[in-house]
Every structure is written in C-alpha cells, then in structure tokens.
Design a protein around this ligand. Structure first.
Ligand code: NAP
Length: 376
C-alpha cells in the first residue's frame, strides 16, 4: 500500500466481476485516484444489490512538477536549484545518446571553471555536479527522451522506457560534435576505423600510436584535441580552411608553439583511404587547388557542434541552425512552462560556466512560472 505524492495523478484500470444468481459479468473501467486516497491491490465494493469484487492494477503515470532533460552543467545546475526549491525534479540523463555529463566527459583538463584554481578534469567535474544534484532529492533516470508533447498540459515526456507527466520542463540536451561529408569518412567506410569526432574518447587507441594524425578545424576544440593527441602521435596536423585560427589567443599560441603540431592553412581533406583502418588522406590546398597524398593514422573532426533538438519535433521555436530560441534575458522558450538551458539554446558562449548559469536561471524561471500558473 502506498500514498501518492501531491504531484501525482495515477490512473488505474479496474476489471470488475459481478456475481449474481444467473451470470458472471465482466466490466473494465479506467479511473483517476485522488492523491489523498490509499489504494490496495485488491478491494471490495458494495453496489446496490450486488457485491462487486474489484481487482485493481496498472502502472500510474508519474507526474512531476519539473522534468529536466539532459545531464551537462546546465541540467544538473537546474536540478540542484529545483530540488532546493522543493520541486522534486526528475532528470532524464540519457543513455544511448552519450555518457551522462555531456561534452565535459570528453574533455581533459578544464582550466576556466571558477573554483578550481589548479584545474579539474572534465569527467570529475561532472561527477561532482551529478552528486550534488542527487544530494538534494533529485531523481535521475538513465534513459533517453524519445519524444515530448508540449501541446497538452501536463506535458508528456516519453522516455525510452518511462512516460512522465510534467507540469514544467527544462530542456538542457546540449549539442553534438559535427562531422564532414568527406569521401571515406562515412559510416561503413573509415568512421570509427581511424575517423572520429572525439580525440579524448578515442585518441589513446593503438591504431593512432606513433602515426601522423589530422585534426580538422581552427577553433578551441581543434587546438585542445591536437594538443591531447601529441601524447600518442608522431606528429599532429591541424587542417584549417582559412589562414587564421578561430581559437582563443592563448590556445592558438599553445598550438603554434608546440613542437609536434603543424597547422596546414587554407586546407581541406578531400578523401580518406586505407585498408582495415585509415592509411592516407588527400589534402587539398584551397588557394592553389593542389592536391597532395599524405600518410595518415587518423582524422579527427573538431568543427563545432549541432544542438540536440531533433526529439522536439518542431514543438519549440528554433533558430535557423537549430538552437532553441529563448526570450532575451530569460530561459523561457516559445512554450510557456518550458525553459531551455545550456548549449542547446546558446550558439554564442557555449561554456560550462554559462551553461551552469542558464541552468540556474531555468530552475528559477520554472519555479516562478509554476507559482504564477497556480501549479504549486
Ligand atoms: P568553433 O569555435 O565553432 O570552431 C569550429 C571550427 O571549425 C572553426 O575554425 C571553423 O572554421 C571550422 N569549421 C566549421 N565548419 C567547417 C567545415 N564545414 N569545414 C571545415 N572547417 C569547418 O567550435 P569549437 O572549437 O568546438 O568551440 C566551440 C566553443 O567551445 C567555443 O566558444 C570555444 O571557445 C569553446 N571551447 C573552449 C575550450 C577551452 O576553453 N578549453 C575547449 C573547446 C571549446 P572557421 O574558423 O573558418 O569558421
């Protein structure tokens, strides 16, 4: 026997068996139970002249005040703030979509997150975020959200296994590394056989050791990945389409001064070839048009990210490149009661600290919205 929480509104299926002198009749009802009620699995009712035996069962759909989708700095900060406001948040941290913790799980040392003067490893930082969210009564489901229905209220959040009703929702699903459509780089070709989008995840694999490796991109990620790969490679080449890095000055200087890193300016890889794994790349100079065949042990994409918004299926307003649009200075989306935090709504700053900041904002925004909408 259990008492349901105030935020829950479970539905039950009843199979009724009527016993009278002539017949045994079956009836099926679906009904809601007031949260104050206690229910046992089996109980009896009297109805006029009949004794009715009721057997009740069924999984009640759990209802939450706040459901948070994601598991990066934004999601867990939102969870910490929502939990401390007694909103009992439920977090879908994902499963097949990638490791809980988001992009910091594929980063080495984070030097710019305040509070850690000596730096901290990305995965360790995310472990701290998660543990802090759990400390304040956050419930975490390790499954992906496959769809949402924001056209009804309570909103419907459909996980891979679990369906939840949510009075409010915070979307903090982050962004995923982009890939290029190069000949030889696709699934079924050399993707994951020497071509990858995460040096930190894959760089230590034996196939990359002592080989020349190529990182495509000119931003901070490309520099970070290139520096990481110098531990394993014979030499690392940064392949950049322009003659100027996009990376921050300090990161750019580190790469340019590194004895094992060389930048191939105005360049692009047009073809990747090999046997079981990558062996060669065709490098094109975009100014001269010259194509050169070079030995290669691996190719790493570091060309930015795509916001993870596909599961929303057009239910929130997105910008032209797929980021969720929020009202300026807030985390409110185009749907009242749904907020967005972190990289999924931030094409500009995309930092762990800004993601955490917007996670905090989202929790405060939904708390206020719930109060004003009368969903306390
Ligand atoms: P980014 O800053 O957007 O840089 C993407 C790079 O990929 C750019 O150099 C871009 O070239 C290149 N690129 C994009 N599309 C391409 C294409 N189709 N073909 C060839 N090249 C292409 O992305 P990011 O490096 O992932 O960084 C994202 C954010 O995270 C930034 O704000 C960055 O500062 C931050 N970050 C910080 C750290 C750190 O502080 N440790 C580490 C990683 C990332 P163009 O320059 O020509 O546009």
């Amino acid at each position: 026997m259990r008492r349901f929480g105030a935020a829950e509104n479970p539905t039950f299926e009843l199979i009724c068996v009527y016993l009278n002198s002539y017949n045994i009749l079956f009836e099926r009802f679906v009904f809601s139970v007031h949260p104050a009620y206690r229910l046992s699995k089996t109980f009896f009712l009297c109805r006029k002249d009949r004794v009715i035996f009721l057997n009740a069962w069924g999984e009640g759909m759990e209802r939450r005040k706040v459901v948070i989708i994601g598991s990066g700095p934004a999601a867990f900060t939102a969870a910490i703030y929502a939990a401390r406001a007694n909103l009992e948040p439920l977090v879908f941290e994902g499963f097949a979509s990638g490791p809980s913790g988001g992009q910091l799980m594929t980063t080495t040392e984070v030097e710019n997150f305040p509070g850690f003067p000596d730096g901290i490893m990305g995965p360790v930082l995310m472990e701290h975020f998660r543990a802090q969210a759990l400390r304040f009564s956050t419930k975490i489901l390790t499954e992906d959200v496959v769809s949402v229905d924001f056209s009804r209220h309570p909103f419907l959040i459909q996980g891979a296994q679990t369906k939840i009703e949510a009075l409010s929702c915070i979307v903090a699903t982050g962004a995923t590394a982009k890939r290029l459509d190069i000949d030889g780089a696709k699934d079924g070709e050399f993707w994951q056989k020497g071509v990858t989008a995460c040096a930190v995840c894959d760089g230590a694999a034996p196939i990359f050791r002592g080989r020349p490796l190529y990182v495509i991109g000119g931003g901070d990620s490309a520099i970070e990945e290139a520096i990481f790969l110098t531990k394993y490679a014979s030499r690392v080449y940064i392949v950049h389409r322009r003659d100027q890095l996009r990376a921050s000055k300090i990161m750019g200087e580190r790469a340019l001064k590194h004895p094992k890193i060389e930048v191939l300016w105005n360049s692009t890889i047009v073809k990747i070839t090999g046997d079981q794994v990558v062996q060669m790349v065709e490098m094109k100079n975009l100014v001269t048009g010259q194509v050169e065949l070079r030995e290669a042990g691996g190719v790493f994409f570091a060309i930015g990210h795509q916001p993870n918004t596909a599961f929303l299926q057009g239910q929130l307003q997105l910008n032209e490149v797929g980021y969720i649009v929020v009202q300026a200075g807030t985390t409110h989306t185009s749907k009242p009661g749904v907020c967005a935090a972190g990289d999924v709504q931030d094409p500009r700053y995309r930092q762990a600290i800004t993601a955490a900041g917007t996670g905090c904002m989202a929790a405060l925004d939904v708390e206020k919205w719930l109060n004003e909408a009368g969903h306390e």
